[in-house]
Structures are given as structure tokens and as C-alpha cells.
Design a binder for this molecule. Structure first.
Ligand code: SF4
Ligand code: SF4
Length: 381
């Protein structure tokens, strides 16, 4: 795979670890006067915190998957109970159901009865994007975590990373928006009654079981696609997130409204470009004053590597306070905000009895063993 120097939103054209830097004409750049480095006062702990969140959330999801598998198996083997509890958190893996339920809630004014947790999790992650940029992608999402560690492994393996040609990168980045557009179009046109009908159909009731079974009985094509995505992720940072994930596309668009953002102060900045080299979204952070891109995941990798005091920070807009220092949002504040939002909404839904769908065990007993027979009903618009 060849790599080229590119620039603009979502890509960078120089000083990239994915290719040796050549200027726009491929020649040397005129030398700039070297600025004096005022070293930052203390180390940045955002990445230790972020890694902690990533692995805790990954572990939570592995545990949920294991519990859910056992819950499904007891119906498949015809166990007579007592039934273990269904781990409702698996509904976080049903973002389309979450979107449909949000549409139902807005259209009808009533909370949905089925897959309520999908709604609460969908709204939580959307709110997170509005407030804290794409913190869900870089702090919580298990796919994001796997993607990140795959490209890190790739860098170790090949000693470098790769970047697609710009002519390919830009249209490919559009794919996730096309997928998102399709889902938004399909869901926004559904009346509340049609959504309720869908959710109460056998397919809707056990959409989570269908999803589990999809991965359990993955055929050769499925494994080939997953293998291909994993291989591509070794080479190109966050391949899935950058090009294909419609959820990330939605959160990225929502994050454009976030008051938080990466802001660079050109005065203390020494133009070392370490921030741009560290950015997994391939953003030219070293040449921007404010990173305003739907691709920015709020990972703070750029902030963590910046050597200059006060040069780069996740911060609130200047309009809120004239003091640059007060506007800065350190990693621990972002971590607390992510945890508070997640635990707050889930805790609220649980304590108010809005977390679980009230589907009786005999209904599951009837549907789960014959999940393959439940066909996707044609949604009415
Ligand atoms: S926070 Fe920094 S490193 Fe992370 S995606 Fe945004 S600009 Fe890139
Ligand atoms: S903002 Fe970027 S270019 Fe400027 S000093 Fe920090 S890491 Fe270097």
C-alpha cells in the first residue's frame, strides 16, 4: 500500500509516522526560526485513565456477552429454570433499535416497552458526543479499543503505519455517512405504530439473540470480512471507525456541536508536530488553532505527547472565560464526566424501573430456540 502526503480535514500532509515527510513539492521546507521550549509542568495522565476506561468497558462487554450466551443456551437446551437474568446491557449492541426507540419516544411521547436499554444507551452516547466530543469512541467503545490496539500492533510489526491515498481516503470516509444516511432515512420515515409493531414482532423481540447467533454461526464469508477488516486495521489506524462505522459517523456529527475541543496556542507551541504524529485520526493538529473535525475522537493522544506548557489542551471555548488556563479540561475531568454520564443515565433507568423490557420467560422459551425462523419484518413507512 502506498502512502502519500495529504492535508486538510481528517488527514495530514506532513511529519506523519505513516510516511517520511516531504513538502508539497517533495522538496525541503524553508527553515523556521526555532522557538524556545518551555517544558510542561507535569506529566499528562489522560492516556492511563483512557486505557483504564477502555479495558474496563471491554471487560464489561466480554462479561455481558458471556452471560448473554449462557442465558440463550438455557432456552436452547430446554432447561426448565430457574432462569438466570438476561443481561440487559447487551442492548448497547443494538444501536438501530436504540435509534428506532428514540424515534418512537419522540413521535409518541411514550417510552418504548421493548429494548428500553438500547434507547437509554443510545441517548447516553449521543449526549456524550454533544458534550464531550466522540469520547464514546475513544474511551469506551470495545470496537474502538480493538481497532486502536490493532494499529498499535501494526506499527510495532511494520515499524510504521500507512495512510491511503487522498483520492481514496476521502470517498472512503464518505461511506460511513452513506450508511448513516440510509439508517436515518429508514428510521425517520417510520411512524410510531410501525416501530411498535416491529419491536413486538418475533424478530424485534429477540433482535439481540439474532445478533449473537450471527457471530456464533459466522460463515466463511463473515470470517473473511472480519479477517480483512482486522488486517486493514493493522495497517491503517482505526480502519473500521474511519471508513465504515455509521455509529461513529453519527457521534462525529453530534460532536461538532460540542463545546469541548482540542485547541492549540501558537505562542508556546514550538512546531514540533508531535501532536500530528500521535493523532490516530490523522489530523494536522500542529497546523490548526482549533480542531473542529467530526473525525476527532477526543482521545487526547495529541495533548499527552505535547512537550510545551500550555500549547495544546482539550478546552472549552474562550467565550466562556478569558483565562486560557481555566478553560482547559484535563483528562481526569473528561474521565469523570464520561463515567458520570454513563453511570448516571444507566443508574436512573435502573432505579426508575425503565431499564428492562418486560418480556416474560415463556415468550423467550418459545422464540429463542427457533431464532433462525424469526425473519426481519418489512418495515412500514
Ligand atoms: S484528540 Fe487529538 S489525537 Fe485524538 S483524534 Fe482529536 S486531534 Fe487527534
Ligand atoms: S501543539 Fe503540537 S506542534 Fe505545538 S508544541 Fe505541542 S506537540 Fe508540538
Amino acid at each position: 500500500m502506498a502512502s502519500v502526503a495529504v492535508s486538510g480535514d481528517g488527514s495530514r500532509g506532513r511529519n506523519s509516522p505513516w510516511q517520511p515527510f516531504q513538502g508539497p513539492t517533495g522538496g525541503l521546507q524553508p527553515a523556521k526560526a526555532k522557538k524556545k521550549l518551555l517544558r510542561r509542568a507535569g506529566p499528562d495522565h489522560s492516556q492511563q485513565l483512557r486505557r483504564g476506561f477502555q479495558f474496563a468497558f471491554l471487560a464489561l462487554n466480554i462479561w455481558l456477552a458471556g452471560e448473554f450466551y449462557l442465558w440463550v443456551r438455557q432456552f436452547e437446551v430446554g432447561g426448565a429454570g430457574p432462569f438466570s437474568e438476561r443481561p440487559t446491557g447487551v442492548e448497547g449492541w443494538l444501536p438501530i433499535a436504540g435509534m428506532m426507540n428514540l424515534r418512537y419516544w419522540l413521535a409518541s411521547g411514550h417510552l418504548p416497552e421493548i429494548h428500553r436499554a438500547a434507547l437509554f444507551l443510545f441517548v447516553t452516547f449521543l449526549a456524550m458526543a454533544f458534550l464531550l466530543r466522540k469520547a464514546f469512541c475513544s474511551w469506551l467503545c470495545p470496537i474502538g479499543t480493538l481497532s486502536e490496539y490493532l494499529w498499535r500492533a501494526g506499527q510495532r510489526l511494520f515499524g510504521r503505519g500507512f495512510q491511503l491515498w487522498r483520492w481514496l481516503d476521502i470517498p472512503l470516509r464518505g461511506l460511513k455517512y452513506l450508511l448513516l444516511g440510509f439508517f436515518v432515512w429508514a428510521v425517520s420515515g417510520m411512524p410510531a405504530g410501525a416501530i411498535q409493531e416491529f419491536m413486538h414482532s418475533p424478530y424485534g423481540l429477540i433482535a439481540d439473540v439474532k445478533m449473537l447467533n450471527f457471530f456464533r454461526y459466522l460463515g466463511a464469508t463473515g470470517w473473511t470480512v472480519i479477517g480483512g477488516l482486522a488486517a486493514a486495521s493493522l495497517l491503517v489506524p482505526n480502519f473500521w471507525c474511519r471508513y465504515l462505522c455509521p455509529y461513529g459517523a453519527l457521534l462525529g456529527l453530534a460532536s461538532l456541536l460540542s463545546p469541548l475541543g482540542i485547541r492549540r496556542d501558537p505562542e508556546p507551541c514550538i512546531d514540533c508536530a508531535k501532536c500530528a504524529k500521535a493523532c490516530a485520526a490523522l489530523l494536522p493538529v500542529d497546523r490548526l488553532v482549533s480542531v473542529h473535525s467530526a473525525e476527532c475522537a477526543g482521545c487526547m493522544l495529541c495533548v499527552a505527547v505535547c512537550p510545551a506548557e500550555g500549547a495544546l489542551a482539550m478546552s472549552l471555548p474562550r467565550i466562556l472565560s478569558p483565562s486560557k488556563r481555566k478553560n482547559r479540561v484535563p483528562g481526569w475531568v473528561l474521565a469523570v464526566a464520561v463515567a458520570a454520564l454513563f453511570l448516571g443515565v444507566v443508574g436512573f433507568a435502573k432505579t426508575t424501573g425503565h431499564w428492562r423490557s418486560n418480556i416474560p420467560a415463556p415468550v423467550y422459551q418459545q422464540l429463542v430456540p427457533h431464532a433462525e425462523a424469526a425473519r426481519h419484518p418489512m418495515p412500514s413507512r
